[in-house]
Ligand binder design. Sequence first.
Ligand SMILES: [Fe+2]
Length: 255
Amino acid sequence: MSPPILLAQLTDTHLLAKPTAQLRGCNPWQTFNTVLQTVAQCQPDGLLLTGDLAEQGELDAYEQLVEAISQLPMSTYWLPGNHDHLATLQQVFQQLPTSQGLTSIDLGPWQLILLNSVLPQAKFGEGYLSDQQLQTLRTQLSQHPDKPTLVALHHHPIPIGIDWVDQMQVQNADDFLNLINQFSNVKLVVFGHIHHEFQQHNGIGFYGSPSTCLQVTSVESGLTEERPGFRLFWLYPDGTYKTEVRRVKIKPSLS
Ligand SMILES: [Fe+2]
């Protein structure tokens, strides 16, 4: 069998404009750079950035992010989270020829679909998939019915079992789940937002990844000093896959 496609998911980087600045006691640039070094050693074919790339959608943060990943040889795939400023994100990533965002990508044997689950004017970071996003998803899945597909979005479309986090999930998740369940080619649904390692199999594999900075615990509104990390996906040509979370040695000390 041909070798698998290796994707590295990095999520919820929450980068700040100033590289030395702290976010709730964590330096997001320090932890991100450590994660990125570890990712580079894995030599993935692509980076999958699943949103909340900058804490407040800062232009300077995106520019430094693009500069950092432009040093690496692999392609970059991105979508926005509720902390991002989409127009700024698009503008900066357009300058990186090896990046593609919010589109469908032919990975060869696999298809990657990047959705926008950000709800404009959300009250507490909750997500929503517009009719247009759902229609795009349906069209892409219909056009390539034999292609195993990874669907990526920022917000989680199923509850993960932490009440305060689950209030922020995709609000019309049933529409999404009803749609993907009509297509046997959907193998994986991958998301960020939860700052937490998560997996569930229900015919389709649902996976969340740790943040590259702050980690969420099951305690109400709590953060833990769990190590930052990322997730690897090995996508095999026959539609099977393997995935695992890797964490780095650096530990954020929380204030
Ligand atoms: Fe986040």
